[in-house]
Design a protein around this ligand. Structure first.
Ligand code: PLP
Length: 364
């Protein structure tokens, strides 16, 4: 399968795959004091350093979690424990929005990510804000760091959480004004089921899971050693290759955008050409149901998605596209193409031809 659905999962980088094939199985419990345990502990610490470096997050503590869903939940748990009033952008991932709906019922604010920085007074009565770095469906970069800077200047006690999952590696981060930041390993070519919450050094912290000293008492439970090591290897690989990855993704994205504009009629891009995540295109193809196109492409060995892959199987149209003003029909006709870093240019050209062929067949 050729992966044009990398925002759902990048797939393992070759460096990670090589490590898994060759590492053997001698990583024991990192809390044990014998050599097997200490080897695992050292490997975890090395991974932590590499991830902090990739995220440009030297003044944060990094707590490993089971993924960004848990990291987002854990960040919002801080607000719940502190009885904070929460505001979040309306295009957050469901692991933020569903958590708010469940735990804060009607008592939270959803704001428009595009206009909030010019309407900062709306946030005056809120003391915990969550706004993502980049949106998984459209690739929009929200400039949440600019918002956080304004928030801190106006309301210094307000805490700020950023879901930075889709930006890691693809963007240079400025995390200075954030208090909590969520990351996920499988979006950069590590294993799924591993993530991290970055916590600003001097902030208090309420753990959600209790019963062990792991992660400096912030998250009880034996660490996912292999997953964490692979997260670290993926981060180290991005540190080495990020300039070439980004350039390649940007070029390939432009090739696809140009092809779609030349070859398909009346399409509408939700992603903005030349802006946003270098690997992401969101496009409506009128008259074609996105779910049918996903299946047709799958039969030809290409992965794409309709709406967010995390929410696939869910019949409702994407809340992100609806928030951007899409009708339900337009949202159902929209696909997301998100390039993985290891695709060759010829594979991208073949993808374009195949997509056109599938669209032509479906429109008959
Ligand atoms: N946040 C964003 C922006 C995502 O795209 C995703 C997954 O798609 C998540 C959070 C959840 O990450 P995980 O799969 O590690 O739980």
């Amino acid at each position: 399968m050729k992966n044009f659905d990398a925002n759902a999962g990048q797939g393992l980088l070759v460096e990670v795959l090589e490590f898994i094939k060759n590492s053997g199985v001698d990583f024991l419990n990192p809390s044990s004091i014998h050599k097997g345990g200490q080897k695992a502990r050292a490997a975890i610490e090395e991974a932590r350093e590499n991830i902090l470096e990739l995220a440009n997050a030297r003044n944060f503590r990094l707590i490993f979690t089971s993924g960004a869903t848990e990291a987002n939940n854990l960040a919002l748990f801080q607000a719940l424990q502190a009885k904070s009033k929460v505001a979040a952008s309306s295009i957050e991932h469901p692991s933020v929005l569903e958590y708010l709906k469940h735990n804060f019922v009607d008592n939270y604010l959803l704001f428009d990510a595009c206009s909030i920085a010019d309407n900062i007074s709306k946030l005056e009565n809120y003391n915990f804000i969550s706004s993502m770095w980049a949106n998984n469906e459209t690739g929009y970069i929200l400039d949440s760091h600019v918002l956080a800077k304004k928030v801190k200047a106006n309301f210094p006690k307000t805490l700020f959480h950023c879901d930075a999952v889709q930006g890691l590696g693809k963007c240079d981060f400025d995390l200075d004004n954030f208090d909590f930041v969520s990351l996920s390993a499988h979006k950069i070519g590590g294993l799924s089921g591993v993530g991290a919450l970055l916590i600003k050094d001097d902030n208090p912290f309420y753990p959600m899971s209790l019963g062990g000293p792991q992660e400096v008492h912030h998250r009880a439970g034996t660490e996912n050693v292999l997953g964490i090591i692979c997260f670290g290897i993926a981060a180290k690989t991005w540190l080495k290759k990020k300039a070439s990855y980004r350039k390649k993704l940007q070029n390939q994205r432009e090739i696809i955008e140009q092809y779609l504009k030349n070859e398909l009629n009346d399409i509408h891009f939700w992603s903005i050409e030349g802006q946003g995540l270098s690997n992401t295109i969101s496009v409506q193809i009128p008259g074609i149901r996105a779910d049918d196109l996903v299946v047709a492409m799958d039969l030809r060995s290409y992965c794409i998605s309709s709406g967010a892959a995390c929410a696939s199987g869910k019949p409702e149209p994407s809340h992100v596209l609806i928030a951007l003003g899409a009708s339900e029909e337009a949202a159902r006709e929209s696909i997301r193409i998100s390039l993985a870093v290891e695709l060759e240019d010829t594979e991208v050209l073949n993808f374009c031809e195949t997509l056109k062929d599938c669209v032509n067949k479906l429109s008959k």
